[in-house]
Design a protein around this ligand. Sequence first.
Ligand SMILES: NC(=O)c1ccc[n+]([C@@H]2O[C@H](COP(=O)([O-])OP(=O)(O)OC[C@H]3O[C@@H](n4cnc5c(N)ncnc54)[C@H](OP(=O)(O)O)[C@@H]3O)[C@@H](O)[C@H]2O)c1
Length: 301
Amino acid sequence: MKSKILAFGADGLVGSRFTDLYHKDSQFITPKIDELDITAKKPLSDYFEKNRSDFEVVINFAAITNVDAAEKERGNKQGLSWQVNVEGAKNIAENCLRLDKFLIHISTDFVFPGTKNNPGPSAEDTKLPETEEGLGWYGWTKGRGEEEIAKTGVKHAVLRITYPYRAHYPAKIDFARNILELFDEGKLYPMFSDQQMTPSFIDEIAKVLYLLVEEKRTGIFHAASADLTTPYDFAAYLLEKARGAKDVVTKGSMKEYLSAAGRTPRPIVGGLKVAKTESELGIKFMGWQEAIGEFIKQLNA
Ligand SMILES: NC(=O)c1ccc[n+]([C@@H]2O[C@H](COP(=O)([O-])OP(=O)(O)OC[C@H]3O[C@@H](n4cnc5c(N)ncnc54)[C@H](OP(=O)(O)O)[C@@H]3O)[C@@H](O)[C@H]2O)c1
């Protein structure tokens, strides 16, 4: 039987690939923001009520994801980032609780500071920070969103991802395609060689999501590359494999970049561990180089 899913933000970078990959196995309801805004409490609860028999799982992809724009709202709980990432997430959770629907909420490794004193990669059971110290406002709102959902008592899973990328999505530039486009235009800037990361190939995110939908497993899960890399190594490997271009990337320093005034804090020693997710779901994530191989196969297909 097909899984019946109500998904918010399903036309975005991550959600649209999930619905593309699993539309044959699932029956989706995917309201767009102009039809239904997750911060509008009454219309949201009416929508849940009206469609209650047409879905059993809810996935929340909807979020404000522009970290620099979010930073301009720091401390402002009336701002869009707090309203969508915290209040909107809570509104969805309350409706899921009321109608006994299983909720899957998408989050990020930016909920952790990833600083020298609080380094990643973070495990699924790493405690969320209690203060904003070292975090950008985006990461803080995403962490509070996770907490508000848990407080409602709804049956739910949180799936954290990091630097998601995929082969085809013209509407929004992602981490990998940004590198390719900058290179093609002769505008590639130095890539950080002192930043630690575990980028998420979106097809692997989708695979985990589908398992969570099928098994309705509660808890916190991660989808990311099985091993660590840096933007410099990622870019160098990607350009060599996708463009045959060797030694074309220069090194930059994230530490220096972040030390300039007005920069949004971001994890520098970041990334997500995936061991608990692998053992609970019985899967293995690809290493970052293997995932780039899959990404390139799709680009060339
Ligand atoms: N992109 C990243 O680098 C990244 C990294 C780690 C984690 N994540 C997480 O992954 C999830 C999906 O991100 P994404 O990159 O797919 O984001 P995206 O491409 O920006 O898509 C987000 C979607 O949410 C919708 N949305 C925003 N505000 C809404 C509201 N008030 N009500 C209903 N829908 C609303 C957007 O609609 P409009 O486009 O029409 O505004 C869009 O369809 C988010 O939870 C994000 O925090 C993303």
